[in-house]
Design a protein around this ligand. Structure first.
Ligand SMILES: C[S@@+](CC[C@H](N)C(=O)[O-])C[C@H]1O[C@@H](n2cnc3c(N)ncnc32)[C@H](O)[C@@H]1O
Length: 447
């Protein structure tokens, strides 16, 4: 770790957090929600309990640390917080103290130093926004892989090359103005430029509007991290796959990351972007990673990539995999609203929109049969059991091969509800089917 980077995070602990805020809200970085980690990183089969070891590598001021420690505190799981910046550690510690979290080990070191100490292996490693600031990111990933359990999973976030063009352009623009200025002078320059940013500047689009620039001007660590960092690398989709392979790891799935829109898992799926059936067919013929690379360029809105890495593919995240193993039990990860099933029954035969309040929505025509089917997705019945009930009790009016119809119906309904992680799957005895709060899926009629 260079002296310059070390100094930067001592002066600007990242992200900007006030420990007092822990009394009012709990931040839940979606990549670290254990239902997701289980589904994508462990094929739905992980038992989270005493002995489960998580590492937050480059933990900063503690967002992922706090969320993981909160989820694991009652089952006896443990989190190791690894961070070279003492200023960041102080804030993360104060946050943990506010919450009375006692299942944390504090390590003041770099990733390379931790790996050299050959610690007991970790089941889950979070490493968000860190590796792209290393001088040798591949070496950093190899170090993390060396401390990962054989069946373990890494949740990582790296800068995205195409969606980040606004920053690349910005950095090129200010580069000639920086030499001879210390970080405070660079910050003052950047603030001055941001304060009167022309409407057409690409940063507006990247951040989703004027609110983003206003927010930046109230957040010096964010300005420094985004626009003035001395070391950074950005990756496109193909680069993420190559990066994983460089450490002998598989990309299990892309996922969402809070703080920036447009990077959820659905955005890597071509049917989210393409309407023309012929173009869709052509793009669908490409290998999955080429389809995802297509989505990245077509959307132009992926300033970062968040993803899960495993040693062997566990399958559940791949877009070409129609359904998880049949013995797994699907469940609502985003719960239905209190009136969800009644609304779907009442509006039978009419087009409706299901939405979770975050911009994710699907259209469908509901009715009592769909309601009966969805009520079977309760986390205790396996896909196979649901198929049999669907075939024998619900789809009783079809005169042809019921088995195939039940299978196809199940695949379609699963795909619809899994698209935005509204449903995930896990082994019946995994004991980890904790719904994702605070959102619910509700039913509306189209405007
Ligand atoms: C952009 S911040 C991200 C913080 C946190 N992961 C998050 O997403 O909120 C990068 C963090 O990585 C830490 N870091 C930088 N180089 C590191 C290294 N070689 N080993 C461990 N941590 C490092 C920095 O001190 C800083 O806190």
């Amino acid at each position: 770790m260079s002296r310059e980077v070390r100094q930067l995070y001592e002066q600007f602990p990242y992200p900007l957090r006030d420990p007092q805020a822990e009394t009012e809200r709990l931040l839940m970085p979606p990549m670290d929600t254990l239902g997701r980690v289980n589904h994508y990183g462990f094929g739905g089969r992980k038992k989270f309990g005493a002995g489960f070891r998580a590492l937050v590598a480059g933990g900063g001021t503690g967002d992922s640390l706090i969320w993981l420690a909160e989820q694991l505190r009652d089952c006896g799981g443990h989190v190791t917080y690894l961070e070279p910046s003492l200023a960041s550690t102080k804030i993360a510690r104060a946050r943990a103290d506010m919450r009375g979290l006692a299942n944390i080990t504090w390590v003041n070191a770099t990733i390379a130093e931790l790996a050299a100490s050959a610690p007991e292996k970790f089941d889950y490693i979070n490493c968000a926004g860190v590796l792209h600031h290393l001088e040798n990111p591949e070496e950093g990933l190899r170090d993390l892989a060396s401390v990962l359990a054989d069946d373990g999973c890494i949740g990582a976030m790296l800068y995205g090359e195409h969606g980040r063009l606004a920053v690349t352009e910005w950095r090129a623009m200010v580069a000639p103005l920086l030499p001879g200025k210390d970080m405070n002078a660079r910050l003052a320059l950047t603030r001055g430029l941001l304060a009167s940013l022309p409407d057409g500047n690409m940063l507006f689009k990247m951040g989703g509007g004027a609110g983003f620039i206003k927010g930046l001007l109230e957040n010096d660590p964010e300005i420094v991290d985004l626009l003035l960092h001395p070391v950074e690398t950005a990756y496109d989709v193909q680069g993420v796959y190559d990066f994983a392979a460089s450490a002998g790891l598989e990309l299990a799935a892309f996922t969402g990351f809070f703080g920036f829109g447009g990077t959820g898992k659905a955005h890597y799926s071509i049917d989210n972007h393409l309407r023309d059936p012929k173009i869709l067919r052509d793009v669908a013929a490409l290998p999955v990673r080429d389809q995802q690379a297509f989505c990245e360029r077509y959307s132009g809105a992926m300033p970062l990539h968040a993803f899960y890495l495993t040693r062997q593919s566990v399958g559940l995240g791949m877009v070409d995999q129609k359904m998880p193993d049949r013995d797994l039990c699907p469940y609502f990860f985003v719960p239905p609203s209190a009136t969800f099933f009644d609304d779907l029954t009442r509006l039978a035969g009419k087009p409706v929109v299901l939405s979770d309040g975050t911009g994710n929505a699907v259209d469908l025509i509901g009715g009592p049969d769909l309601v009966r089917l969805l009520q079977l997705f309760d986390g205790t019945r396996s896909f196979e059991q649901i198929k049999v009930i669907l075939r024998d009790d619900i789809l009783t009016r079809q005169p042809i091969d019921m088995n195939q119809i039940a299978q196809n119906t199940l695949v379609s309904v699963w795909a619809l509800f899994h698209k935005f992680d509204w449903m995930l799957a896990s082994a019946p005895d995994s004991g980890w089917q904790v719904p994702c709060t605070p959102h619910v899926i509700s039913v509306k009629t189209p405007d």
